[in-house]
Ligand binder design. Structure first.
Ligand code: ADP
Ligand code: ZN
Length: 743
């Protein structure tokens, strides 16, 4: 442990004071610490959680190692409040404090909000309730009344194990009352259930043989871990090339060094399939961290990260903020995935912050992808990242042959969405008893509903958006704010009955067409709004793996990280969907998505095939997908970014201004823009009304800042924001450094 702050302070500037001053950070939207007095007899260390009086409340605070933020005039001791007391929670390690400061400075978020993300779950701060169970009392006399239920329960408990009452009751097929009766009779006794510990993954549990390219990759990755210093490696190889097997070796090496490892995955890829593979390699499951965990499970994982009990954590982006005792490796799998960018409260890109965390912690970071981001490609080309490439698939299976279906010359029948060519391919695949995946990145039945009689279109009363028909639920939903209404029977405008028509397809509509065309095929529909949670999603994925579906229809959640052995044919219903957007990464993203989706085909079989329905087969993205010529696409994309100074050749930041009052939003946005400090090499675009001009009743304006790479955009923005007049109370101004969302 580090030297006690209390002792430090007594020899420091405030020596002679009766009680030491301690800077405490509160997990709220504030960018400064407050000094508190240390009560007599209490010692604190930096990172420790304490209770402090704050206004009329008592709140959780974190002891910081030095004051943060503008203190103004020093507060005299007698005005200071005193820390209420310590909390029985492991302290945040120094590495977490430094990381929090870095993230706050980089994202221009209040330090308190970043630290709040590090606190994991409210359950962390609640006392751990001991759980009670029952155990057989040895040599107890037989209970006076030995009913069949009592007999069954005693037989099960005969092994002497401790079980929760409810578990024993369930096993014996009786009520909890029966168990209580046995406790009262003295046959069973209540005892505390010992806390479960996470099992330790073992580096040497399984041995994998690597040949050639893989072996070389493993050697380079081992060297990175052995170096015990900061490095970034881009692990680049098509789906099925063995990236996971290879980075598991880095994890194994890290375990051998006695340090913790973190594997970050896009949330939706956190499937049981991945956990099973981990278990096969390391002998037990990793510690999981994602949104499907209960508050108590989160608390347990959080503590385990802090105490070092958790050796390997597999988690979504927020796993980066766990209080690791001794983190020695981060792997970011599917590093190109957009899900690593968080767009609320603290806006951060977890892949980039993982690199920062590695730099601060002096350990290696591995970025893995079959379609790395342009940013990572450029970093690999300039030598900032090591580039480890895995050519070809491990199984030797060829990548699927991709065909574009030109929807102008090969259109679907009226009111249908699958072209005859694609229907033919599905028919052939069914005949061979293989699986087909139809991909459409659009939830619901239809993206637009209109009245044939008066032309009325259903839009959201609070957003600039059409209401999406969800036929399965019989509702019209807004995908931006959650507004929803029952599917109307007549037009609310002209009153005409049966005049409403659905325009365009969502995946429910594709499912309808598939059911009509292939009534005997077993269908699996995968969409976030049809699958309640990660657990259910894992079940569906498992059943698909087990061959229990012939046709899978899904949104982007099917594109990520799954391995469906019997999948032979992939059809992309609308290949052009992502291309129309005002987003500098539209082409890159569409390429990644189409490549990932079509890459699901034929992973184990010899011949997979992919079909992309498109109205623009000549578009460079389609050309790259069809030809499989990734390098040409990358070269072109990189050249374009370079020419227009887009990331990573230039830096972007966005300011989003919103208010309930239309005029107020516009006026303030213009005022913000007027206050931009003059700077020669910085381009200010806007203010402009956001493409999504209204969300949840808030009118939105955007300002985009474009700066050269080497310029300190944060310093520029800080100066700018501090010159602004105090915004009216309803106004919101968010800063988004390195934005990924331009709507
Ligand atoms: P990626 O992560 O690049 O998609 P994986 O690591 O999932 O690739 O590998 C694809 C398949 O090949 C998996 O089933 C994996 O177990 C298998 N595989 C890869 N490398 C090896 C190896 N050296 N020995 C045995 N199986 C391997
Ligand atoms: Zn809405």
């Amino acid at each position: 442990m580090e030297s006690l702050l209390a002792q430090l302070d007594e020899h420091g500037p405030s020596a002679g004071a009766r009680n030491a001053r301690v800077p405490v950070l509160l997990p709220v939207a504030l960018d400064q610490t407050y000094d508190y007095l240390l009560p007599a007899g209490m010692a604190v260390t930096p990172g420790m959680f304490v209770l402090v009086p704050f206004g009329p409340q008592t709140r959780i605070g974190i002891v910081w190692d030095a004051p943060v933020g503008e203190g103004g005039k020093p507060v005299p001791d007698k005005k200071l409040k005193t820390i209420t007391g310590p909390l029985d929670v492991p302290p945040l390690p120094a590495s977490s404090l430094r990381f929090a400061e870095w993230v706050a400075r980089y994202t221009l978020s209040p330090l308190g909000m970043v630290v709040r993300m590090m606190m994991g779950s409210s359950a962390v701060f609640e006392p751990v309730k001991p759980r009670f169970g029952v155990r057989l009392v040895e040599r107890a006399a037989e209970p006076p009344r030995l009913t069949p239920a009592r007999k069954r329960a005693l037989e099960i408990a005969a092994d002497g194990l401790i079980r929760a009452k409810s578990a024993l009751a369930a096993e014996a097929g009786c009520t909890n009352g029966v168990i209580d009766g046995l406790v009262a009779a003295g046959s069973l006794v209540e005892v505390a259930i010992p806390e479960r510990r996470f099992p330790r993954p073992r580096a040497d549990h399984a041995h994998v043989d690597f040949a050639d390219a893989q072996a070389q990759a493993v050697r380079r990755m081992h060297a990175a871990v052995d170096g015990q210093t900061f490095s970034v490696t881009l692990l680049d190889g098509v789906t099925g090339s063995g990236k996971t097997e290879v980075y598991f070796e880095s994890v194994a090496r890290t375990l051998e060094k006695g340090r913790q490892a973190l594997i970050m995955l896009p949330e939706i890829a956190l499937t049981s399939q991945f956990m099973d593979r981990f278990t096969a390699r390391f002998g037990c499951a990793p510690v999981e961290w994602h949104s499907a965990l209960s508050s108590a499970e989160r608390a347990r994982a959080w503590r385990a990260a802090a105490t070092g009990e958790a050796r390997v954590v597999v988690g979504a982006r927020s796993a980066l903020f766990l209080p690791y005792a001794d983190l020695g490796l981060i792997v970011v799998d599917e590093e190109h995935d957009q899900g690593f960018k968080q767009d609320d409260r603290v806006h951060y890109q977890a892949r980039d912050m993982a690199v920062v965390r590695g730099n601060l912690g002096k350990f290696p970071v591995v970025l893995a992808s079959a379609t790395p981001s342009i940013e990572s490609h450029v970093n690999a080309r300039t030598g900032r990242y090591a580039h480890v490439a895995l050519p070809g698939r491990y199984s030797g299976a060829e990548l699927p042959e991709i065909t574009a279906i030109d929807m102008r010359s090969d259109p679907p029948d009226k009111g249908r969405w699958l072209s005859p060519r694609l229907v033919g391919a599905v028919t052939d695949t069914l005949a061979k008893r293989q699986q087909t995946l139809l991909f459409l990145n659009r939830r619901g039945y239809a993206p637009l509903t209109l009245c044939r009689s008066c032309g009325h279109r259903f839009d959201c009363p609070q957003c600039t958006a059409w209401l999406v028909e969800h036929r399965f639920r019989q509702r019209l939903n807004c995908h931006h704010c959650g507004f929803s209404l029952p599917l109307p029977e007549k037009c609310p405008k002209c009153g005409e009955p049966e005049s409403l028509v659905a325009c365009g397809p969502g995946i429910e509509r594709i499912a309808e067409e598939v059911t009509e065309r292939f009534p005997d095929a077993r269908l699996a529909l995968l969409s976030s709004d049809l699958v309640p949670g990660l657990a259910e999603m894992r079940e569906i994925i498992k059943s698909i793996e087990a061959g229990k579906a012939d046709i899978i229809i899904g949104t982007q959640m099917v594109a990520k990280g799954h391995h469906f052995p019997a999948l032979a044919t992939v059809g992309v219903v609308d290949g052009d969907l992502g291309l129309g957007q005002a987003d500098p990464r539209a082409a890159e993203r569409t390429f990644q998505l189409l490549h990932q989706v079509t890459g699901r085909a034929g992973r184990a079989l010899t011949a997979g095939q992919g079909f992309v329905q498109t109205y623009m087969p000549e578009h460079p993205v389609m050309q790259a997908i069809i030809s499989g010529d990734r390098e040409a696409f990358l070269a072109r994309e990189i050249r374009q970014r370079q020419g227009t100074l887009l990331p990573p050749f230039g830096r972007l930041a966005a300011l989003v201004i919103s208010a309930r009052d239309k005029e107020l939003a516009e006026l303030f946005a213009r005022d913000v823009a007027r206050h931009a400090p003059p700077a020669e090499r910085i381009e200010i675009l806007g203010p402009a009304e956001a493409p999504l001009a209204v969300i949840r009743g808030r009118f939105r304006w955007r300002i985009l800042i474009k700066a050269p790479r080497e310029l300190d955009v944060q310093a520029y923005l800080r100066a700018w924001l501090s010159s602004l007049p105090k915004p009216p109370s309803d106004l919101r101004l968010t800063v988004d450094i390195d934005p990924y969302n331009f709507l």
